[in-house]
Ligand binder design. Structure first.
Ligand code: NDP
Length: 283
């Protein structure tokens, strides 16, 4: 790649950020598409994030993906936001328009749907009760997209019940449940999604009784390091179909690339194989 005075700059902001797979993926797409652009990583101190974003106004760079812990702050820093970003209360993409405007979007929901489409193409999400474990930003985003595609019964199950209640109050058909071994929240559920940041494995199984789920149910984990997390290993041992979180990352990156660079990622790159090789090398 040759960087010149005309090279467009975009990137991802998070803290920590060194582990991010996004630069590897976007730069592979850029190179294969022959686009004169570079995608790099930024890690501003937390208190400096609003000033950092403000300083990029006017198209200093084309745009930024945003990850933990900046997604809520990114929405606040923008002048306008898509319906998805407003519904989630968070943004994972900021576009810096040349005249100074900052636009917030959220493509994580598309990423979640992409993961199911790729790994369980036969699944009809809107046909069954779905349990989301967790009540942070990722869980809210999942509830928002599942509500948008018509899932009638969404159960938000969290260690801190009050946080689940705040999300459930915002969406028709969503209910709040406390995470405990005796919770009836999993009874008859067809899809369970782990949206906690907990390390599941060893002593910690989050108290989840997979046996309560419907026959042939699907378990999805948003975490992807390792690819088969403790949550997914337990779900598989209980006879569930499993969906890993790597395709969610790819599925949010595709619309991000389109928004940043104005064209679809080239199909010549096998994004999953590229990222799996990197995970193998670094995990
Ligand atoms: P938050 O920090 O906002 O929320 C964390 C959630 O995990 C809370 O509900 C918290 O419960 C729960 N939790 C943490 N530790 C435990 C524990 N030991 N036992 C039970 N519950 C626990 O994180 P986010 O919502 O932003 O992200 C969640 C995960 O999803 C992250 O690991 C993130 O990397 C991943 N993610 C993956 C994406 C992908 O592309 N694959 C995209 C977005 C997120 P409580 O409220 O009780 O504290």
């Amino acid at each position: 790649m040759r960087i010149s005075g005309k090279t467009v700059v975009a990137g991802v902001a998070g803290r920590p950020i060194a582990h991010s797979l996004s630069p590897l993926l976007h730069n592979a797409w850029l190179e294969a598409a022959g686009i004169d652009a570079v995608y790099t990583a930024f890690s501003p101190p937390e208190t400096q994030f609003p000033a950092f974003i403000d300083g990029l106004r006017g198209g200093v760079i084309r745009g930024l993906n945003v990850t933990l812990p900046f997604k809520e702050a990114a929405l606040k820093a923008a002048d306008e936001a898509s319906l998805e970003a407003r519904t989630c209360g968070a943004a994972n993409l900021l576009i810096f328009h040349p005249e100074g405007r900052i636009e917030a979007r959220n493509t994580d929901g598309e990423g979640l749907l992409y993961a199911f489409t790729r790994q369980t193409p036969w699944l009809r999400l809107a046909k069954q009760p779905i349990a989301i474990i967790g009540a942070g930003g990722a869980a809210r985003g999942a509830v928002a997209i599942l509500h948008a595609v018509g899932v009638p019964d969404i159960r938000v199950v969290n260690r801190t019940l009050s946080k689940a209640q705040v999300i459930a109050d915002d969406f028709d058909g969503a209910s709040a449940w406390a995470l405990s071994a005796s919770t009836p929240a999993l009874d008859g559920v067809g899809v369970i999604i782990n949206a906690t940041s907990a390390e599941v494995g060893g002593e910690n199984d989050l108290g989840l009784r997979f046996a309560a789920l419907a026959r042939g149910a699907v378990a999805m984990d948003m975490l992807y390091r390792p690819l088969k997390t403790g949550f997914l290993a337990r779900a598989e041992a209980a006879g569930l179909h499993i969906v890993d979180g790597l395709d969610m990352l790819i599925g949010q990156a595709i619309p991000s690339f389109e928004a940043l660079f104005g064209r679809s990622p080239p199909s010549t790159i096998d994004a999953r194989a590229l990222l799996l090789a990197e995970l193998d090398r670094t995990t």
